[in-house]
Design a protein around this ligand. Structure first.
Ligand SMILES: [Fe+2]
Ligand SMILES: [Fe+2]
Length: 153
């Protein structure tokens, strides 16, 4: 696969949308259902609560990128983008905190039956995807536009 870092902004945004935004929207609802089922079988309620809260925060974040940030980037950037990028980067740190909190809940949950293993594996894939998503935006996409709103590459 082409290294996403070599893509121009428009192609990179398209890659992020299909590889990450759509993937999270597809993967989260069944995981949330599995987490709720696990809670019904005795898993800590925080498992479903944290995951549901993370899903809501992530959807709001992605919506903000899709409706505000990405269109600005596709038009070449503008002077108002710096604050928006700062906000979105701060939200990335909150996604990381949410994943860390979920990791902790999972670590303290002794169930390793088949359903619990499936949920752990699914969450592991989601966390890996979300970490890669955040890293690509923080380290590749955002820096191209964060020098005073001016396009650097
Ligand atoms: Fe994103
Ligand atoms: Fe993001």
């Amino acid at each position: 696969m082409t290294d996403p870092a070599t893509l121009d902004a428009e192609a990179l945004i398209e890659h992020i949308l299909t590889r990450f935004h759509e993937a999270h929207r597809r993967d989260l609802p069944p995981l949330q259902a599995q987490a709720r089922a696990a809670v019904a079988r005795g898993a800590p309620p925080a498992l479903a609560e944290h995951l549901d809260a993370m899903a809501v925060a992530l959807e709001q974040h992605q919506f903000k990128e899709e409706m505000r940030l990405f269109p600005m980037m596709e038009q070449g950037g503008n002077t108002l983008m710096g604050h928006l990028i700062d906000d979105l980067e701060a939200e990335h740190r909150l996604h990381e905190d949410a994943m860390a909190a979920l990791h902790e809940v999972l670590a303290g949950w002794p169930d390793d039956g088949a359903d619990a293993q499936a949920l752990r594996a699914g969450l592991g894939r989601l966390f890996a995807d979300l970490a890669a998503h955040v890293q690509l935006e923080d380290e590749v996409l955002f820096p191209r536009f964060s020098a005073g709103g001016r396009r650097r590459t």
